[in-house]
Design a protein. Structure first.
Length: 300
């Protein structure tokens, strides 16, 4: 083939490929999701607070809402558990993350993340909505365990070590009251806080560390088996946040932030996630989490 003919062949290929992109769309399509044309792909990683099935049920309505109400093709990045979540954020090069306070302060260091909004949860005791939460130490009502000192020598079910209310705050509380749980008790880490409740109710643990609202929500949902009683509560901590990474387009971050702030508590999106709404957040609000990590000697 002559050089001229080869040049015309290359030009023809480029033109054809360009036309195909215009007519069929070139966005990356995830399994089970429709192609979205002419929209920037935006990835949001959501920390697995519950099982994958529950996570999808709770948070996909939020992802779909953002996808329909913004000009962005919002994609949901998931992980099996807390331990693999930060790796999933890095591997996917996520633009946003919906995370607990420990993951946020870590992403602040590693990705220059900053909070856009903080969750506002309904109060299961009937009070006003809260932008904070706390942990609770639970035991079976018939266990005979009445206080933290009684946990000595017992089996304690907990969430993974990245959980504030499900592990770090209860551990710190026990330490302040003279109990080193890692030496004076047996701590069994569970994949999710749902699993903590199941293990405790099933008699495979004597006590459990869990977020108070997760326990109260389970109780409010109807019969859950063995009755559980609280023996102590931790101090309160700032709620989960949706943060943007340091290299995320600021204009895009502002669009997502405003859309989240405009959500109403009585719509299906927030209801599915058991949230009352979102409120503005600042990095300074998470200093209490940094102090907790320092108290426990945990690097982040």
């Amino acid at each position: 083939m002559s050089k001229a003919a080869l040049s015309w062949a290359i030009i023809g290929f480029v033109v054809t490929a360009t036309l195909l992109c215009w007519t069929t769309g070139c966005g990356r399509v995830h399994p089970g999701e429709p192609a979205v044309r002419a929209q920037p792909a935006v990835k949001i990683a959501i920390m697995p607070r519950y099982s994958l099935q529950t996570m999808s049920k709770r948070y996909m309505p939020l992802v779909k809402h953002l996808r329909s109400e913004t000009s962005y093709d919002i994609r949901y990045i998931s992980a099996v558990g807390y331990s693999s979540f930060l790796s999933a954020v890095e591997q996917a090069d996520a633009d946003f993350a919906f995370v607990n306070p420990v993951a946020y302060v870590t992403l602040r260091k590693t990705r220059g993340a900053y909070p856009l909004v903080m969750t506002q949860d309904p109060d299961f005791a009937g009070g006003p909505p809260r932008a904070t939460y706390r942990g609770v130490i639970l035991v079976r009502a018939d266990s005979g365990i009445a206080n933290i000192a009684d946990l000595r020598g017992n089996i304690i079910a907990s969430a993974p070590q990245m959980a504030v209310a499900g592990y770090l705050a209860p551990v710190a509380l026990c330490r302040r009251q003279g109990l080193n749980v890692s030496r004076q008790a047996t701590v069994v880490a569970c994949p999710t806080q749902e699993d903590v409740l199941k293990r405790l109710q099933g008699g495979r643990a004597d006590a459990g560390f869990v977020r108070e609202d997760i326990w109260r929500e389970a109780v409010g949902g109807g019969p859950t088996g063995t009755e559980l009683s609280p023996i102590a509560y931790t101090e309160t901590y700032p709620g989960w946040c949706i943060c943007a990474m340091g290299d995320t387009d600021p204009a895009m971050a502002e669009v997502v932030k405003q859309e989240l702030l405009e959500l109403k508590w009585d719509d299906g999106v927030l209801g599915a996630a058991s949230l009352h709404g979102f409120v503005e957040a600042s990095d300074e609000q998470y200093n209490i989490v940094r102090r907790l990590l320092a108290e426990l000697g945990i690097p982040y």
